[in-house]
Design a protein around this ligand. Structure first.
Ligand SMILES: Cc1cc2nc3c(=O)[nH]c(=O)nc-3n(C[C@H](O)[C@H](O)[C@H](O)COP(=O)(O)O)c2cc1C
Length: 335
């Protein structure tokens, strides 16, 4: 057993990794995570005050979002030459602790870890129409290798399935238009008053450029030269064998791996989940792919049709998401 100096990154490294972890995507940028730092481990909790009950009745997307943050953390620490040993869902069901993480020094960071770490600050959710990735089948094969490591399956909704998908999306959004509680959550998280969270208008497309396969948001100000019917993004589906909190957490980690890998390859991405929120439609979605298991989240992948990436959406400050078992001595050496 090493000393705590050998088993814990120093305070600055940990704080910087948690700031990187908060760059993870989350449902409506709700950032539903909290970190608790102990003397020899870090724990990840869901922040249940930030659940969206009308949109995400079971907290599935809350846990998916936390899984994405957990993967971001591992990558950020790996780039600092720290390996993470993770126990997922460590407590009996009902508790909010999703993972405990212990650390040991690694000899070096791999090239792919360094590239994914660099992708963390470049990744954005792209909701405008996209052009097709160069070779969608090869992209699928590469990404599938990654997700299978987390026990998560990846399949593609091919061109033949696209009209049915768009039709299903329109039907769901039609149902959601009459759902007052869902609409109130959407307005809240896309209003400008929720800083530092939520989705700003410049991350949302104008009505003319809203893509049928994506969720219907209030019209924003993001534009490119394309129209929605020119969208040629490849659409991938992440699914799991069962539908437990552990599956959701692992699926969030796989989602993060997919998004960062695509970003590193110069591809734009958009997670899409309104199609997996209502159980009746989830079954139908599984039928549209050659995939197996329970559909969790779709991802649109393609090339941006405008030169500039959107500005980064805001994140909560460290003081709101990191808590310590032992308060910090302000006079202590921060290394
Ligand atoms: C579980 C989950 C569900 C999401 N669902 C959608 C969605 O249905 N449509 C969409 O455009 N973005 C979706 N997003 C993306 C978030 O809105 C986005 O991550 C958040 O606004 C932060 O912006 P950023 O990804 O650009 O940093 C989802 C993200 C996660 C993790």
């Amino acid at each position: 057993m090493g000393t705590s100096a050998e088993t814990m990154p120093d305070r600055r490294t940990l704080e910087s990794a948690i700031v990187s972890a908060s760059r993870a995507p989350s449902l409506h940028n709700s950032q539903p995570w909290k970190w608790l730092l102990g003397s020899d481990e870090l724990s990840l909790f869901s922040d249940n005050d930030r659940i969206l009950p009308a949109t995400d009745a079971y907290g599935r997307q809350m846990v998916l979002s936390c899984g994405a943050a957990l993967h971001h953390l591992q990558i950020a620490l790996a780039a600092h030459r720290w390996a993470s040993v993770i126990e997922r869902i460590p407590h009996p069901p009902g508790r909010q602790c999703l993972a405990t993480i212990r650390f040991h020094p690694a000899d070096e960071a791999s090239d792919s870890e360094l590239r994914l770490a660099a992708a963390i600050r470049l990744r954005r959710t792209e909701r405008l129409p996209m052009t097709a990735p160069a070779n969608p089948q090869q992209t699928l094969a590469d990404l599938r290798d990654l997700t299978e490591r987390s026990g998560v399956h990846l399949s593609r909704i091919g061109e033949h399935g696209r009209p049915a998908l768009d039709d299903m999306s329109r039907r769901i959004m039609g149902l959601r238009r009459g759902d007052q509680a869902y609409q109130a959550e959407l307005r809240w998280w896309t209003g400008q008053a929720v800083y530092p969270g939520g989705i700003p208008p410049d991350a949302l497309p104008t009505a003319r450029q809203s893509v049928a396969a994506d969720r219907e948001f209030p019209a924003g100000s993001a534009t490119s030269d394309t129209t929605a019917d020119q969208d040629r993004a490849a659409i991938f589906l992440l699914s799991t064998d069962t539908d437990s909190r552990l599956d959701w957490l692992r699926c969030g980690e796989a989602l993060s791996a997919v998004l960062l890998t695509c970003t590193d390859r110069g591809l734009a991405t958009c997670p899409v989940t309104h199609l997996t929120e209502l159980n009746a439609f989830r079954t139908f979605l599984g039928d549209l792919t050659d995939g197996i298991g329970v559909p969790q989240v779709l991802v649109r992948v393609g090339f941006r049709t405008h030169p500039e990436a959107a500005t980064a959406t805001s994140r909560r400050p460290l003081s709101e998401i990191l808590f310590r078992e032992h308060p910090v001595d302000p006079l202590a050496d921060t290394q």
